[in-house]
Design a protein around this ligand. Sequence first.
Ligand SMILES: Cc1cc2nc3c(=O)[nH]c(=O)nc-3n(C[C@H](O)[C@H](O)[C@H](O)COP(=O)(O)OP(=O)(O)OC[C@H]3O[C@@H](n4cnc5c(N)ncnc54)[C@H](O)[C@@H]3O)c2cc1C
Ligand code: FES
Ligand code: FES
Length: 479
Amino acid sequence: MVSLRNVPPTRTLLEVLREDLHCTGTKEGCNEGDCGACTVVLGEAQGEHIKYSAVNSCIRMAHSVNGLALWTAEDIAAQDGTLHPAQQAMVAQHASQCGFCTPGFVMSLFGMYQNHVCQGQTISRELAQEELSGNLCRCTGYRSILDAAQAMAQLPPVRVDESDLLLKLNTLRQSTRRLEAHFSYISPLTLPELLEARADHPQAQIVAGCTDVGLWVNKMHMQFEQVLDVSRVAELRRVEDDPHHLAIGAAVTLTDAFAALVADRPQLHTFATRFAGLPVRNSGTLGGNVANGSPIGDSMPLLIALGASVVLMSQRAGSIHHRDMPLEQLYTGYRKNVIAADEVLAWIKVPKATPTELCRVYKISKRFDDDISAVCLALNLQITDGRVMHASIGVGGVAATPVRASQTEAALRGQPWTLETVKTAMATLRGEFSPISDMRASASYRVQVLGNLLQRFWLESQGLQSINLESFTLKEAAL
Ligand SMILES: Cc1cc2nc3c(=O)[nH]c(=O)nc-3n(C[C@H](O)[C@H](O)[C@H](O)COP(=O)(O)OP(=O)(O)OC[C@H]3O[C@@H](n4cnc5c(N)ncnc54)[C@H](O)[C@@H]3O)c2cc1C
Ligand code: FES
Ligand code: FES
């Protein structure tokens, strides 16, 4: 167990590891969550089990790992020096060249080993690719690294002693259970505690997974005197499965939130895996994405198309208050929203799939993996007897906030689902917004691609699937 004193609220986990504890096996590459060189694995007690999550230590606040188990590349070999399968497979497959990215890859492999190999699951090429999408190797040694991911299961098995670890984590939990108002890092465990802390400290910077805020600290050098961390509030970490909607707590990680959304609408799988890389999805929360309100944030166009609403909560004069509103009404301008100084975003309520809906979401970015959208278009149409009964469309990358395409919805509603209707709607969609040009795309590209995506949606609705990148395989294309 490691105990540290006087850690400033915005000191990152990577700084503590390398500079305070001198564990320099974990590397700093980009310091902004992109490259994965700083990947470590966290372990959290969940009932009788440990939940393992690979995360980026460079944008994670050190205080947020209080009470959790943590493994770095220094921790996973046996005491006699025998390498862990995640390390041995990298050696055997010649998967390290300059080696700078290697500790991060090893830790992502360790997370994969715990979550899949130890559960008796095979690691397919696709799974390895998905789970390593947050690790970059500048020497492009990807083939051998993917081979290593698949080879781990063939090596002599190694198991974490989970019962011993659970005992330690439970002891730690009891001893760290304190919430004091003068703390510079407040991390409530229950919703009433959070609402009280928010009412008492409206100036404190709210953080959840810190995958946005971590960049403000590292790249914009912002410091906060007091931080209010919502990520451990038990009520907000639940997904509640109502017959008509999913109520996703604001502190549910993107990994878990997308798992719930994909279980209801399996076609969202690829989109979910294209949201950042796994270490960012393991820390970042759905609530953080929605509250941050970036116009190029990915979940909001989808949530708008699905008709999601948000619940804001506060404690006023000793009683608890709720406000519900459609998600798009949360935003008032570029990164501005209606959340009051004493409120928190508590829930995101997402209506469930219906048998007649046709729902797709398209993300256009310069790179397929781990990149931010230039444009994002999400469509949810109810088509009955060849007619559009309901149209709900969310768009990102075309305005100061994520937006609903109301004019295009009107152009579709009540119309026969034909190419003619689609062509009219494409023209409406292209004219509905005035996007800006920036490093991700020019305004004219954004306008053009919006219409093209609607056309793709139409073609897919007619059974043409081969226009999707998912259906593109390098092997077949090379024939
Ligand atoms: C490498 C990298 C890749 C990324 N890729 C993508 C991507 O593909 N698509 C995408 O959309 N985003 C992406 N992001 C951005 C980021 O990961 C997401 O926006 C994420 O969902 C933020 O969640 P968080 O929990 O980390 O929020 P934080 O950084 O902790 O907080 C973000 C903001 O939300 C506020 N906030 C958080 N929770 C609450 C709450 N409950 N109530 C009120 N306010 C709250 C905070 O005060 C802060 O203003 C990426 C980031 C990185 C570093
Ligand atoms: S140093 Fe690059 S992701 Fe952390
Ligand atoms: S081995 Fe060189 S960056 Fe990965």
